[in-house]
Each structure stands twice: as C-alpha cells, then as structure tokens.
Design a protein around this ligand. Sequence first.
Ligand SMILES: O=C(O)CCC(=O)C(=O)O
Length: 253
Amino acid sequence: MTNRPGPLSPDQMEAYDRDGFVVVQSGFSEDELNALSLAADELAERMGPLTPDNPRARSEVEKVGGRIILRKVEPIIDVVPALETLVYDPRMTGPPAQIFGEDVFLFEDKLNYKPPLVGEKYDLHQDYAYWQDFTDRLITVTLLLDDATPENGCLRFIPGSHKNGLIARENDHPRLITEQIDDPSIAVDAPGQAGDLVVFSCYTAHHSFANRTDKGRRAVLYTYNPLSNGDTYATYKGAQAEQCRAWEAAQDS
Ligand SMILES: O=C(O)CCC(=O)C(=O)O
C-alpha cells in the first residue's frame, strides 16, 4: 500500500488489498450520471443494426427469441466525446492512482450492457489472462450507470484471488473452470448503486450471473496502468479503434 492521498479511506485501501476489489462512491451527480447514461444509450444505438462481424460490438443471440443482443462495446472513447472526457476525470483515476501511488494512463475502455431479461452471464475469469503481453499493474474502475444487484447480475468476485498471479486454466483458456462459482463462500456479490465505482485488480477472479429483471444494467469499465509502465493505449486499444473505424467506413461506403 502507498501513502499517496486519494479518495479511498484507510478501510477501503485495506479492503482492496485484502480482497482485490472494493466498491466505493464516485461523487458523480445525478445530472452527470444521466448524461453518461444517455451517452451509453447513444453508443448502443450507433452499433445497430448489429452484425456478428462488427469488431466494436460484441453481441450474442438471445436464447429464446433469437434476437441479436448487444453485450459490450469496446473501445468506446473514440466514438463518444463524453466517454473520452471521463477517462482522466479524477473521480475515475483517483482510486487506481492512490493504490499505485502514482498517476495513471488508460489501458482499456469498454461499456458493458446487460439488457433486461436477456442479458446473459459472464464466466469466471481473471482479466490478466487476456492481457499477458502487458504489465500486470492494471486496475479496472467500473462506473455503474445503473444499480447493480444480485438479481440483475452484479459483478461477483473471489476475495483474495488477486494474491497469487494467474490461476491454472484448462488448455490455457482465459476462462476459469469451476463448478462452484455460485457458492457464496467462494465468490461474493459486489452490488452497488448507480454512480458507485467497483475497483478491482486484473488478477481478481470474477464473473456475473444473467440479468433476469426487467431493467438493464450498464457499466463503463476503464482499466488503468501506472505512469511508470508507459502509455500503451495507442498501440493496443487505439490500434483496435482504428481497425473498427476502417470497418465502419467500409459499411458506410
Ligand atoms: O459486466 C459483467 O458482468 C462482467 C464484465 C467482465 O467481467 C468483463 O468485461 O471482463
């Protein structure tokens, strides 16, 4: 733990250190959250009509009705200015900067949608399994745009799972296989209200259940690395954004 001042209380710093995640208030006003929610909805609309080959929009086929449902947009900051402004807002960067003890760069940006009734589960994984070409000093700050509850599929974490690096995986597949992820003694719910931040390490194993409520669950996820690990955004996500724009331009022509 570092001594850099920041928004996290000593108890919250201790909880992050012990569990690998912490849920905290962000301080965004209702008006700011409404504007960001609108931006999230506009972003979703810009992805339509959804096709499975759209490199920016991850979608899935609804099990019952067969509709194509938006699940994730990534990257996002080159599309929506309000989401770009959010990246270096101190209310987002404050927790990781305090934990790392230094300023941060954006590493990855995405917006997850869990639509009412049909938003499916995410399997258990550690994010670093996907990011092994980069530094492992990575912290994700999830800004909840809607209340996240056990009923609508809030994030669930295995406390302490960030302590020992990557957990062995079958055939090196990024997802973890376990039969007991709904056992509360293994993974715990991390509910929060709209406007809260769920801050977690790239090693903290997490998953979420399906949304079976009649309200959607949207969240912005920005991952940050310390300044001393350099700015990899342009070569990693920025390059992906360029490919997405090329694909989009080809659709328009
Ligand atoms: O939004 C969720 O429920 C899970 C998100 C997640 O684990 C991810 O995007 O890596």
